[in-house]
Design a protein around this ligand. Structure first.
Ligand code: F6P
Length: 554
């Protein structure tokens, strides 16, 4: 546990209220919804369906204050070296700093650089929209293909899908992230090579999947267009301009990103170029503005009325005091179909840590498993577990009030579905109610008694509901920034570094030896005793080779 009186107070409080059913609090206080919701200009956050009382919120905010959260929030925006192991700031907020006030990194105001990249993006976007950016054979660009993975993919993938209603009609976005050739074939079969613009997006410009894909695609294009002079078909977004130039990208086609922005927080930078091209710079600026509005709310609202802070503290409440292991994100809008995928990296790569800033193993739970699926699909997949499983899984339902395009009753059915799922998690169904229904359906008393236990639903399962006014660039920006700040607050409470990712290094280190093992033909377990693998890995390598080397006679 965190050695604070406020933490102990929360443990004691949890003991006091854990057995109370939330429905009781709604019955006692008709005003509960108003007491436990926060509204900004574009998002309503209803957190009344949580296992909390006013005292709970008070104790959680006391914990936040005892852990100097406000000072940590100010440090984030001020560019302090919060990424303590890499000695870097985490200044994704500077990328959307619409007020343009100076933000200093190592004594230098970074805003001129941020603005010059935005201008460079604007110039490119306008050229493409005016069909002045031509491919090698003189045709205007139509297919934008982002080659990148992780933070160099998930954010722009999510946002281009979410804001597809704002897309310029003649442009199409594609994403190649995985090294699996099947993924490459799937995309390359959809595009016109003469009208393709490939964006190699990689902060390091060394990521194996991305660089292998880029080299393969360059070869593919050379064969398709029968030329090696194809620079007009490639851009780079990277913090490693040297590597990009070595790849053959002209300097003027390299869009810089910076070491002071983490990959999973970089969609606001030139990593968001696919989005900017698809929806135009005015809409991209709106996306930034929405995030900036949430930044201001986060910076200035007192904790009790601070949406990211309360969302974060509620997560702490379940993870550290109810032992919840995961958190479900269930957007009742097809636009956010890739939102939980993006949050998986943003949250789990940030807070999936076991060591504190001071280098000691923490003795309390940290980042949850983030998962989910768009509603109504999840209802017909995993909601059974949410309603009757043994796990406590807090849920964020995300709904959109206004739908730009809807057929008949579809939108109302979608919204009603989300609201009814949240209500079912809250209310459940008692044994008596299930029994009465079965009797009314004509079941015998014995049958009804047997079935009723199976049809009883415990309820008292917490959820938040976020109601976004409508899916616009501005509102998506606010929503994404809300979650970024929630993740930051949780990391700050847990005293962990939310901005490094040392855990992903080992897999990268082990790969070359296994790859080499796979590539060489002889049976490596004897001829190459130097290649020592554990028995499982060795056995699997040999199985792979045996099956691979069987001629494809079938
Ligand atoms: O998963 C590890 C990671 O470094 C992520 O943090 C990052 O978003 C991704 O790989 C891609 O890295 P790059 O942008 O350098 O290719």
């Amino acid at each position: 546990m965190i050695d604070k009186n406020e933490w102990q107070a929360l443990k004691d409080h949890q003991q006091c209220i854990a057995a109370i059913h939330m429905q009781q609090w709604f019955d006692e206080n008709p005003d509960r919804f108003r007491h436990f919701s926060i509204q900004t200009e574009n998002i309503l956050f209803d957190y009344s369906k949580n296992r909390i009382t006013a005292e709970t919120i008070q104790l959680l905010c006391q914990l936040a204050r005892a852990l100097n959260l406000k000072e940590k929030i100010d440090s984030l925006f001020a560019g302090k070296l919060l990424n303590s192991t890499e000695k870097k700031p985490a200044l994704h907020t500077a990328l959307r700093n619409q007020k343009n006030h100076p933000v200093y990194v190592h004594g230098k105001d970074v805003m001129p650089d941020v603005n010059s990249v935005l201008e460079k993006m604007r110039t490119l976007v306008e050229k493409i929209h005016q069909q002045k950016w031509l491919g090698h054979t003189g045709k205007p660009i139509r297919d934008i293909i982002n080659i990148g993975i992780g933070g160099s993919y998930l954010g722009s993938r999510m946002a281009t899908h979410a804001l597809s209603d704002f897309a310029k009609s003649n442009l199409r976005c594609h994403f190649i992230s995985n090294i699996d050739s099947a993924h490459l074939h799937e995309v390359l079969n959809q595009i016109d090579p003469e009208r393709a613009l490939f964006i190699i997006s990689s902060k390091s410009f060394t990521t194996l999947e991305t660089m292998t894909n880029a080299k393969t695609i360059r070869l593919w294009l050379q064969q398709k267009l029968n030329s090696t002079q194809l620079s007009s078909h490639f851009l780079a977004v990277t913090a490693n301009a040297k590597k990009a130039e070595e790849f053959g990208i002209p300097q003027e086609q390299i869009f810089p990103m910076w070491e002071w922005v983490g990959g999973r927080y970089s969609v606001w930078s030139a990593v968001g170029l696919p989005l900017a091209i698809l929806i135009g710079m005015e809409n991209f600026s709106e996306f930034l503005a929405g995030a900036h509005a949430m930044d201001n709310h986060f910076l200035h609202a007192d904790f009790e009325n601070n949406m990211p802070v309360i969302m974060a503290l509620l997560g702490i409440w379940y993870i550290n005091f109810f032992d919840a292991k995961s958190h479900a994100i269930i957007p009742y809008t097809h636009h956010l179909n890739y939102f939980q995928e993006h949050l998986q990296q943003a949250d789990m790569e940030s807070n999936g840590k076991n060591i504190s800033h001071h280098g000691n193993e923490v003795n309390y739970a940290t980042g949850p498993i983030i998962w989910g699926e768009q509603g109504c699909n999840g209802q017909h997949a995993f909601h059974q577990l949410l309603h009757q499983g043994k796990h406590l899984v807090p849920v964020d339902f995300i709904l959109v009030a206004k739908s730009a395009k809807t057929f008949g009753p579809h939108h109302e059915i979608l919204v009603a579905s989300g609201l009814s799922q949240a209500q079912a998690l809250l209310q459940g169904k008692s044994y008596q109610s299930a029994f009465g229904e079965l009797i009314a359906e004509g079941f015998s008393t014995d049958d009804a008694a047997f079935l009723a236990s199976h049809k009883t639903i415990p309820g008292n399962r917490p959820s938040n509901t976020l109601f976004v006014n409508e899916m616009t660039p501005y509102n998506l920006g606010s929503l994404l920034a809300l979650y970024e700040h929630k993740i930051f607050v949780q990391g700050a409470i847990w005293n962990i570094n939310s901005f490094d990712q040392w855990g992903v290094e080992l897999g990268k280190q082990l790969l070359p030896k296994i790859l080499n093992n796979l590539k060489n033909s002889e049976n490596s377990s004897t001829e190459n005793p130097s290649i020592s693998q554990d028995g499982s890995t060795q056995g699997l390598i040999e199985h792979f080779k045996k099956i691979r080397d069987i001629s494809c006679e079938k």
